[in-house]
Design a protein around this ligand. Structure first.
Ligand SMILES: [Zn+2]
Length: 112
């Protein structure tokens, strides 16, 4: 989200695979048209790689959610998705067979 967005409004709430998703519509100061972004209920953006030009169908929502699940890392402690904007944090003490990722909220000095 940059300062070029003049307004952003949630226009739809959808539940896909038991996950609540919000579709937000943005208008832009120096570009015509609208863009749509998809958020999880915890505020994680699923359209970081590029906003959508049109209001997504429920098929689109499902595809985006599946893509995100396959391509993202989840915290080994709280299970939350780690935002792509965060620097990667790997718990050095993690066994090689377990998930080494840790979110900013769960990281503490003992884990570095
Ligand atoms: Zn965590």
């Amino acid at each position: 989200m940059g300062d070029r967005i003049t307004s952003e409004k949630v226009v739809e709430e959808a539940v896909i695979d038991n996950e609540k998703l919000h579709v937000a519509r943005s208008t832009w100061r120096d570009a015509a048209g609208l863009s749509f972004d998809l958020y999880r209920s915890d505020g994680t953006c699923l359209t970081d790689d590029g906003s959508l030009d049109e209001h997504p169908s429920s098929d689109d929502l499902r595809k985006l959610l599946e893509h995100t699940r396959l391509s993202s890392h989840f915290c080994r402690f709280c299970g939350k998705q780690i935002p792509k904007a965060d620097p990667p944090r790997i718990v050095s003490m993690a066994d090689s067979a377990t998930n080494p990722w840790c979110c900013a909220g769960c990281l503490d000095d003992r884990l570095r």
